[in-house]
Design a protein around this ligand. Structure first.
Ligand code: FAD
Ligand code: NAD
Length: 467
């Protein structure tokens, strides 16, 4: 068997693994990266990017349909639009291809050796990678596990996968060959809601079944209400506080409500989006690492319980977010190159790309209370923001939480059109220890949605200008 020796072996080429490998390469660390599927991982191939492409295409199609129906308040009128779904999927795949081949180029530029094959860990310093037609044993000083996560299946409804059956995972829902007439979505979390909006806008009848009494259980009611209202307005039917008991092709999804009454929801496809779980196996269990449930336990350096074995991203558990994985990857690479680093962010923004979008950055109100932080809270509504009016998007608000004692900002929350783009400002202000006065005293360009950020800070100080 061919053997390679390197300083760093990264297993997994998703946002965590490829960023770690690029940064290590930049710092002159000899690096090998093994990826069994496609560079870019879940995020670029079957997650963040394709879902946002589909969401955007669905939004444009819905706008065109509203214009054709004569309901555009801006007076735009078009003839009845049609959707070439195959072209939509090709467009989405084209974006994925550009990004994933870009990752390959960046890795090459950084001098990283990429092995396209599945790796099996033998011990903390050795893995075997199965390439097409050959097997390579890689010996390393540092092993970085970045194997990501996989969707959780319901025992009563296993994913149909390649058989083309009715039970979809998010991966299937991102590459439809035709639009289902009726889609039942199980789980009103990130994936369930983002894709419910997308399919509804494309013309599918969507019904959501959620076990918890609320959608997006981690967000407070003020943040979720605009999303709930928008789902209802779009005609999405919601069954909250209900569990699913199975599926049959004749009757559809069997649902049980809180009173244990059973009813059936007819469905052509069922998207199961009830969470993701860390992807282990591949000999990783043989290392007997300390685990945190199903996830690999790590410390503030992203180090596991075994010396020189590191883990990052989804395989280390919540929050399951690409930007967290990337930041961890960079952190580990720099430590291996000898830099003193810890992974201790003040805030990891979370964005739900629903319509409207929701952003949470830093502490929630409950977390602040739980930590005993006495906070000032203020919101500024987009209804009083000129830019929001010109976009026809006056719903929602920006909310700030700051310590009462010194006005240091501890949390930003927002719901509204395009608020995902405000998450950079939110993260920066918290990470830099900004006070309300810093944001209030910064000139924000007019007319922008960002002015609502400044106005929320001004309002917390008791002197908002435009409300
Ligand atoms: P992954 O991206 O899962 O990559 C792991 C890689 O490791 C995979 O390519 C896999 O093939 C490879 N691998 C695993 N085992 C082996 C092995 N033994 N040998 C070789 N290779 C191996 N996050 C966001 O922040 N924003 C979003 O908008 C967002 N949207 C999402 C939408 C959907 C539909 C889904 C499913 C997820 C979304 N996520 C989003 C989550 C995001 O995709 C993940 O948090 C992110 O991809 C995690 O990166 P990772 O590097 O830890 O793992
Ligand atoms: P999730 O944890 O966001 O939501 C799962 C939902 O399913 C929860 O509301 C839960 O109460 C519900 N549920 C669980 N079991 C159920 C059952 N048997 N019947 C009915 N409902 C049930 O999980 P997800 O939507 O699968 O997404 C997985 C992860 O991917 C997320 O945690 C998120 O971190 C990441 N993600 C992020 C984004 C983003 O950042 N915009 C987008 C998509 C996914």
């Amino acid at each position: 068997m061919k053997e390679i020796s390197t300083k760093l072996l990264v297993i997994g080429g998703g946002p965590g693994g490829y960023v770690a490998a690029i940064r290590a390469g930049q710092l002159g660390v000899p690096t090998v990266l093994a990826e069994g599927a496609s560079l870019g991982g879940t995020c670029l191939n079957i997650g963040c990017i394709p879902s946002k492409a589909l969401i955007h295409a669905a939004h444009d199609f819905e706008q065109a349909r509203a214009q054709a129906a004569g309901s555009s308040p801006m007076g735009i009128r078009v003839k009845e639009p049609t959707l070439d779904l195959a072209q939509t999927v090709r467009w989405k795949d084209g974006i994925v291809k550009r990004l994933t081949s870009g990752v390959g180029t960046l890795l090459r530029k950084a001098g990283v050796q990429v092995l396209h094959g599945w790796a099996t860990v033998e011990d903390g310093k050795t893995a075997v990678v199965q390439l097409e037609g050959e097997t390579v044993r890689v010996r390393c000083e540092h092993l970085l596990i970045a194997t990501g996560s996989e969707p959780v299946a319901l025992p009563s409804m296993p994913f149909s996968g390649e058989t083309g059956g009715a039970i979809w995972s998010s991966t299937d829902a991102l590459s439809p060959t035709e639009l289902p007439k009726r889609l039942v979505v199980v789980g009103a979390g990130y994936i369930g809601l983002e894709l419910s909006f997308a399919y509804r806008k494309l013309g599918t009848e969507v019904t959501v079944v959620e076990a918890a009494p609320d959608i997006l259980p981690r967000y407070d009611e003020a943040l979720t209400k605009p999303v709930l209202d928008s789902l209802k307005k779009a005609g999405v039917v919601l069954h909250l506080g209900c569990s699913v008991a199975g599926y049959d092709a004749k009757n559809g999804v069997h649902v049980r409500n809180a009173r244990a009454d059973e009813f059936a929801l007819p469905a052509d496809k069922v998207l199961v989006a009830v969470g993701r779980r860390p992807r282990t196996g591949f000999g990783i269990e043989g290392l007997q690492l300390t685990m945190a449930g199903r996830a690999i336990a790590i410390d503030a350096h992203c180090a596991t319980s075994m010396r020189n074995v590191w883990a990052i991203g989804d395989v280390t558990g919540e929050p399951v977010l690409a930007h967290r994985a990337m930041a961890q990857g960079e952190c580990v690479a720099e430590q291996i190159a000898g830099k003193p680093r810890r992974f201790e962010p003040m805030a990891i923004p979370a964005v739900c790309f629903t319509d409207p979008e929701v952003v949470l950055c830093g502490m929630t109100m409950d977390e602040a209370r739980g930590a005993g932080v006495d906070v000032l809270e203020a919101s500024f509504p987009f209804a009083a923001n000129g830019r929001a009016m010109t976009l026809g998007a006056e719903g929602g608000f920006v909310r700030v939480l700051a310590r009462k004692s010194d006005h240091v900002i501890v949390g930003w929350h927002a719901v509204g059109r395009s608020v995902s783009e405000l998450s950079a400002a939110f993260g920066q202000s918290i990470e830099m220890g900004a006070r309300l006065e810093d944001v209030a005293g910064t000139i924000h360009a007019h007319p922008t949605l960002g002015e609502a950020v400044q106005e929320a800070a001004l309002r917390a100080l008791g002197h908002a200008l435009h409300i």
